[in-house]
Ligand binder design. Structure first.
Ligand SMILES: Cc1ncc(COP(=O)(O)O)c(C=O)c1O
Length: 359
């Protein structure tokens, strides 16, 4: 049975995008960021498709364990580290690498059972004020980690950029200067940049780049799309037409009757809504592809349905015709602008009832 709504994920696109990332950062290894169900694309399936990445990064222990349970043994970094003894033991058994960003995490490592040894990434808070040690606390944390049997030598060095997607701001150069000052000539591998940082600050690519969004074929910048960087969108969100009707001028569409036909109108109803993760705040006029032609949203997004003004299409749609909400032919970056959000949120936000289908 064909699902009414599906997100098809193009594995060839994932491969291609990884190659593009390698071209942009030829001297760095690639830590592929596949947290949050690989940005909605399917954690295990994406990990299998990107098995030539040098390592994976996930946010949480359970995401990493899902990879191991699927037989994926690629080195995997826990971007938030571990928070209790149980997580530490699970992370040790799974051979995860740990980001360390609090004194409590150092104490957990101090109390680790004999024989446990982690590759550790010490995180500097270089200005984002989210995770990491600042200034003198960073030096103390490094000294403490160097003394611990549970920590492999050397300790590796990590930070995260807050504003790499707006490179004209000084924030990133300030962060890079703080990272350089704190890490100087210390031994250890370094990892600084996400997708936007990798593109805008090639001098900061260091030993490991940490792209997420680029791998999915999407631009991290507000004024461009993935194709501008030779990327191919990996996810296409599909639905179908489930009703077609004719409206006379003055008739209203959807909850609240927000949209009024200004002319004799052909309206297609498609099976997609906020219950699938299609954003409710998309306004009338947002683009939708019906039979690969651009049409526009008419009226409010419901839980399971949308109305589409298809009057101007070359062929009047019939029941079952394909509808694309974003992806191939309709950049998710464009939909994000209409929805006043970022592509990350749209991709991560597709709901459980959407069948993710790897091709
Ligand atoms: C620490 C860290 N590094 C890298 C990334 C990847 O970011 P992007 O998808 O913008 O490349 C993230 C994602 O949020 C992150 O939290």
């Amino acid at each position: 049975m064909t699902p009414m709504v599906s997100a098809s994920v193009d594995t060839a696109a994932l491969h291609h995008n990884l190659q593009v990332v390698r071209r942009w950062a030829p001297r760095s290894r690639v830590m592929a960021v596949i947290k949050a169900n690989a940005y909605g694309h399917g954690l295990v399936a994406v990990a299998r498709a990107l098995k030539s990445a040098d390592s994976f990064a996930v946010a949480r222990v359970d995401e990493g364990l899902t990879l191991r349970q699927a037989g994926i043994d690629t080195p995997t970094v826990l971007l938030e580290g571990v928070f209790d003894r149980e997580q530490l033991d699970a992370a040790a058994a799974a051979h995860f690498e740990l980001v360390v960003h609090t004194p409590e995490q150092i104490e957990l490592l101090r109390a680790a059972a004999a024989g446990i040894r982690f590759k550790v990434w010490l995180k500097l808070d270089s200005g984002m004020n989210r995770l990491g040690f600042k200034g003198g606390a960073f030096d103390l944390a490094l000294a403490a980690l160097r003394d611990l049997a549970a920590v492999q030598s050397p300790v590796n060095l990590f930070t995260h950029l807050a504003s790499a997607d707006t490179p004209e701001l000084h924030a990133t150069t300030d962060q890079l200067a703080r990272f350089a000052a704190a890490t100087g000539s210390l031994p250890g591998e370094r990892s600084i940049v996400n997708s936007a940082g990798m593109l805008s600050f090639p001098q900061a690519q260091a030993d490991w780049v940490r792209p997420g969004l680029l791998l999915y074929g999407v631009s991290p910048f507000a004024d461009s799309i993935g194709a501008d960087y030779d990327l191919t969108p990996a996810m296409t969100l599909h639905s179908h037409v489930i009703a077609v009707k004719e409206l006379v001028p003055g008739e209203r569409v959807g909850y609240g009757g927000d949209w009024t036909a200004a002319r004799p109108t052909i309206l297609a109803v498609a099976a997609i809504g906020y219950g699938d993760g299609y954003p409710r705040n998309l306004g009338s006029g947002a683009p939708v592809l019906v039979n690969a032609e651009r049409a526009v949203l008419a009226g409010r997004v419901s839980m399971d349905m949308i109305g589409i003004d298809v009057t101007d299409l070359r062929r009047t749609p019939v029941l079952g015709d394909p509808v694309v909400l974003w992806g191939a032919g309709l950049p998710v970056e464009e939909i994000a602008v209409w929805a006043d959000t970022i592509p990350y949120e749209l991709l991560c936000g597709i709901s459980q009832r959407v069948a993710v289908d790897l091709r």
